[in-house]
Design a protein around this ligand. Structure first.
Ligand code: ARG
Length: 553
């Protein structure tokens, strides 16, 4: 919102730019907002410092509602806020804040979590939820209409292996524990069996072929297995407040995807055939070719993803169609989206965005989703709760659960999506460092200060403010921007960084200055208003990140 004022000021002296081009300088002496002149310098073939100097000179006597000083340093034009005015605008805004509205009610479709429906969610893929959930919440808060979709891969080999195991051993579907955990035992057994007796491979393939080609009995068994698995997932989702509008089953797209492939075949340039298989020719676009129809006329994972993404966009008409998956599927989605374009749906492919995340490892090494060491997110949550009880001497089970779960969610979310997460309990539960408990604790600190005072009047500004108050106001003023950046770059780690900086700035302010016993009544009210504003914004961040708010720790 202040970026716009700087943009307007720049416009007055003939510089056309946009809010995204402005930076928030790291040091106070460089002002509150900076406009870098490198791009202009390139265009005009001039020295950037000269340009910065010229602009600053022209703007010297121009002030906006909040900006009251313009200077230049190096190649930057620096704008300085008038904190009395800024504070009153920001704090009033926070007190009355409900939702932002820059999304203009436009629709966002986001497909995330999408665990394989044959065993419980493991830590590796749980990261998917901790990317998709905060993104959904941020979009919603920004004023978009969000549709949350969970894609269910109910086709493919792993499903067939499990189904075959149930058929061969005549197992009744009667879970006696959390149903996804119940399935895990059979999942492990079935894979073990296959490893020991490779001859079974043929039978499994037969089951897979029959299933994908319309065998109703197998299809109905798989449906039951997958349904109970989803039941189990929902138990996990409840812990983090995740709720989907739709489960979209891959099998829904078997026939539809063949239709699209036939369509493609009409376009002779787009495909090649090899031994009866249909291959889409992506080399002209710098991508490897990919098979989209096998010689036996069955489709593949990518074939269905082509159809499912066309379906989602046609049905929901969103501004963006976002898919979140692990980084191993980067190429897959490049190929799928390009193929959608080649099918004549450029308008659809342009709306598609793939967000991929790197994997989560525990210090002991990579987590495996197949056999062997599977680290389940439910177990990690449970362990987190126990650690919280032990380390923080928390007796209340519910409270320990809330702190524990949030700490795991935060530890994963705070890492940029393209970087691996390696986590240790000391990190996850640190009260000093960048952790979930640290943020929750800062929030409870605000709450307990506010609890001590009964009645006070909001005071949103002072004529003079100290540096720590200014820093806090500046930090609070950046909230809306961060929300915008998350929707632009689809990186939820931004809110984590923001919340951490806010908590740290607040702690610093609170440790140095008296609030309840401030020197004057007005100062006390102003500082209480700062505390209240911090509490609101920090609480909002916790909510957007999918963490639990606790009132006491
Ligand atoms: N189930 C897949 C996995 O665990 C993710 C599904 C991604 N979505 C899709 N439309 N292919 O890796």
């Amino acid at each position: 919102m202040f970026e716009e004022q700087a943009v307007e000021l720049l416009g007055k002296v003939g510089i056309k730019t946009s809010a995204e081009k402005l930076e928030r300088p790291p040091q106070d002496e460089f002002g509150d907002l900076s406009f870098p002149c490198f791009e202009l310098a390139k265009e005009q073939r001039r020295n950037p410092m000269e340009i910065a100097n010229e602009i600053a000179l022209k703007l010297q006597n121009q002030i906006g509602p909040v900006i009251d000083k313009v200077e230049y340093k190096g190649a930057y034009v620096n704008f300085f806020f008038n904190y009395t005015k800024l504070s009153s605008k920001i704090l009033k805004g926070i007190m009355t804040m409900k939702k932002l509205n820059f999304g203009e009610n436009k629709k966002i479709v986001i497909e995330y979590s999408s665990p394989n429906p044959i065993h419980p969610i493991h830590v590796g893929t749980a990261r998917n939820t901790f990317v998709g959930e905060p993104l959904s919440r941020v979009f919603e808060f920004a004023g978009y209409k969000v549709k949350r979709i969970c894609y269910i891969n109910d086709l493919g080999k792993q499903v067939a292996i499990l189904a075959y195991h149930f058929i061969k051993n005549k197992i009744k579907i009667k879970p006696d524990k959390k149903s996804d955990h119940w399935l895990l035992d059979f999942y492990i057994k079935s894979n073990d069996e296959l490893k020991k007796t490779p001859e079974l491979e043929k039978d499994t393939e037969k089951i897979l072929y029959e299933y994908e080609n319309g065998n109703k009995k197998i299809a109905s068994l798989v449906k039951k297995l997958v349904e109970i698995c989803i039941d189990g997932f929902e138990g996990t989702y409840r812990l983090t407040g995740t709720k989907f509008d739709e489960y979209l089953w891959e099998s829904k797209f078997v026939n539809e995807s063949r239709k699209y492939v036939k369509e493609l075949i009409k376009n002779k340039n787009a495909f090649v055939t090899s031994e009866g298989a249909t291959i889409i020719n992506l080399e002209p676009y710098g991508l490897p070719n990919t098979v989209i129809l096998r010689s036996d006329n069955t489709g593949l994972y990518i074939t269905r993803d082509i159809a499912s993404n066309i379906y989602k966009v046609k049905k929901n008409k969103p501004l963006r169609n976002i898919v979140v998956t692990g980084e191993d599927q980067k190429l897959h989605f490049k190929q799928a989206f390009k193929t959608i374009e080649l099918l004549g749906f450029k308008d659809i492919s342009e709306k598609c965005r793939h967000v991929s995340y790197a994997y989560v490892t525990l210090p002991e090494g990579k987590l495996s989703s197949r056999l062997g060491r599977v680290v389940l997110i439910d177990d990690v949550f449970e362990k987190a709760k126990e650690e919280v009880k032990k380390r923080f001497k928390v007796k209340d089970e519910k409270l320990a659960e809330k702190i524990g779960i949030s700490s795991v969610v935060y530890a994963i979310m705070k890492i940029d999506v393209d970087k691996q997460v390696v986590f240790t309990w000391d990190d996850v539960l640190s009260l000093q460092g960048n952790s979930g408990p640290y943020l929750q604790y800062a929030y409870t600190r605000c709450s307990s200060i506010l609890e001590k005072v009964k009645k006070w009047k909001y005071t949103t500004s002072m004529d003079f403010m100290n540096d720590d108050e200014k820093k806090l106001i500046k930090q609070l003023s950046n909230f809306t921007n961060v929300i915008k950046q998350v929707t632009r770059d689809l990186n939820p780690a931004y809110i984590c960084n923001y919340a951490y900086d806010l908590a740290t700035t607040f702690n610093n302010f609170y440790e140095k200055h008296r609030v309840v016993n401030a020197e004057t009544v007005k100062l006390r009210e102003f500082r209480l208003t700062l505390v209240k504003s911090t509490q609101i914004i920090l609480g909002k961040c916790l909510e957007l990140m999918g963490m639990h708010i606790v009132e006491k720790m």
